[in-house]
Design a protein around this ligand. Structure first.
Ligand code: ZN
Length: 325
């Protein structure tokens, strides 16, 4: 199917909204956000600090990056009754029915024009800004769709914008009959479909050369001695540019994990377990968790790094539970 079969032009002009939030801008949500993000700027939690910083406000100031949070409809997938009930991303359903079942969030860009403060009411309007021609990517064939959301306050002043870009696609090796879900996508791995290779550069070459040699290498700061990972040129503690390689044992414990369910895209194996492991030396490392059933995974379980050639010419560090080594 080609893009000529879709009437994208009529979709591009249509504006959706307003979309209202459930709550006014409030101190409780701001506090929770700042805790989750680790943002300790006092203007977000202390009205006096906000005033001392020059903000003309009686309450606290909201982090600009919360802009989208004020209009989230919630898990019921419908916002307040005053919101536009239409789905501004209905084009996704159109493309799914046309044989492009998978959705990949590509990127999100925000800009901010006005301060948002406690007591404000935020709403937004949205329209599709751009739909690409049909493109073939490493994942599959589909369309890049850009939605532009404009956020306003209760005085209808523009607070900021968000561009939200997705790829709606059909994975390689599938056809229109696979439109009901992503499960079929990974089943037939087309020849030549390979994992993306890690980018090697002068900052991280030591790490990947270690992996090739079956070693898990960390950086030890030459200034303050702190071990760190992921690779970087500068110590985040003392800003020293001096460092040396330190070998890790590979042992650690599972700090957290996610299970990647959807969309199933080649060439990965499913269920796709992605672990965040606290190494016994201190730093944390993200890698796949293998050799265990999903239901047996437990936070805190002891794991050991193994080096596996997941494809010809690509060795990756992975974690296995210690008991089943
Ligand atoms: Zn340091």
């Amino acid at each position: 199917m080609s893009d000529q079969d879709f009437d994208f032009e009529s979709l591009l002009g249509e504006e959706f909204g307003p979309f209202h939030g459930w709550e006014k801008v409030n101190a409780a949500m701001i506090r929770h956000w700042c805790e989750a993000m680790g943002d300790k700027n006092p203007i977000y939690t202390d009205p006096e600090a906000a005033q001392a910083a020059g903000y003309d406000t009686k309450g606290v100031v909201a982090p600009p990056t919360m802009m989208q949070a004020w209009n989230m409809p919630g898990y019921t997938d419908s916002g307040p009754p005053s919101s536009d009930a239409r789905n501004p991303f209905a084009v996704i359903m159109t493309l799914r029915e046309a044989g492009y079942p998978s959705t990949l969030a590509v990127n999100s860009e925000q800009d901010y024009e006005r301060v948002v403060e406690e007591g404000d009411t935020i709403y937004h309007r949205a329209h599709l800004e751009h739909i690409s021609e049909e493109k073939t990517t490493a994942l599959g064939t589909g369309f890049f769709i850009t939605q532009l959301c404009t956020y306003y306050n209760q005085r209808d002043e523009v607070v900021g914008h968000m561009r939200w870009r997705i790829l709606q696609f059909r994975a390689h090796g599938t056809d229109d009959s696979a439109a009901t879900g992503g499960g079929e996508a990974a089943a037939e791995l087309p020849r030549g479909m390979r994992r993306m290779r890690p980018v090697r550069n002068r900052d991280n070459a030591y790490f990947w050369e270690g992996v090739d040699a079956g070693e898990l290498r960390l950086q030890r700061c030459g200034g303050c001695g702190v071990l760190r990972h992921p690779p970087g040129p500068m110590c985040p503690h003392c800003r020293s540019l001096d460092w040396e390689v330190s070998l890790a044992s590979g042992r650690g414990e599972l700090y957290s994990y996610v299970v990647m369910h959807y969309p199933e895209i080649p060439p990965f194996d499913y269920p796709h377990l992605i672990a965040l492991v606290s190494l016994e030396e201190g730093p944390r490392l993200v890698a796949n968790l293998v050799g265990i059933k999903r239901r047996d995974v437990q936070i805190g379980m002891a794991v050991q790094t193994v080096f596996e050639e997941v494809e010809e010419g690509l060795i990756l560090p992975q974690f296995r539970p210690l008991e089943v080594l």
